[in-house]
Design a protein. Structure first.
Length: 200
């Protein structure tokens, strides 16, 4: 029987074989890109893996009703935080790909516009991310960012920068799980449903 780490190695190699980048594999497995690189390049029998926390969403993600219940928590936190700030938002921005289902539900529950942000490809980072044109624009709007997991914070930092460059005022960032312990992203408050912290 395979251990959890052996299963991760197998999945990482399977995704790599399908042409996914390390960042895409990290998003699929909900682990950090550094852990993915380690899984692909080291012998797990000889070396201890890096410290990380794997987040599994399958029990929630396979049913829209469960995603809706989770979105209720996001919505409640967004309402609480924007009330404290004495402000409101106009648009909910989901980060592709795993933040989109949450953002769709939150947008519906709050009665706000929906925008979709696509992070840049690894080989084209300098160009920045983009907004999907079939959804709301963010120029001159107060927005909240919704994503599933924050690992290193690189993706959400890029989203904040790119959205502000496009004329948005990013009021709040929200994630289901915060793995890096920060309370803000480039000065924008960050709130999570759950904080994961390694102790020891």
């Amino acid at each position: 029987m395979m251990t959890g780490i052996e299963k991760l190695v197998e999945k990482a190699k399977e995704y790599k074989g399908k042409g996914l980048s390390e960042k895409d594999i990290a998003n699929e497995l909900n682990i950090s890109p550094d852990t993915v690189i380690w899984l692909l390049t080291h012998d797990i029998k000889d070396e201890k893996p890096p410290t990380d926390v794997k987040i599994g969403w399958r029990s929630v993600g396979v049913y829209g009703r469960r995603l809706g219940l989770l979105a209720g928590l996001f919505s409640d936190i967004i309402m609480e935080e924007t009330e404290k700030m004495d402000t409101d938002i106009e648009t909910v921005v989901g980060i592709a790909i795993n933040g989109i289902p949450h953002a769709v539900m939150v947008s519906d529950q709050l009665g706000k516009e929906l925008a979709v942000y696509r992070p840049p490809e690894e080989e084209n980072k300098e160009a920045g991310g983009s907004l999907a044109t079939n959804y709301a624009d963010v120029a001159d709007k107060k927005v909240v960012i919704v994503d599933d997991v924050i690992n290193t914070g690189e993706t959400i930092r890029g989203a904040v920068s790119d959205l502000e460059e496009k004329g948005a005022e990013v009021v709040l960032c929200t994630v289901a799980v915060n793995k890096n312990g920060r309370d803000d992203v480039l000065g924008v408050p960050l709130r999570a449903l759950v904080r994961a912290q390694i102790i020891g």
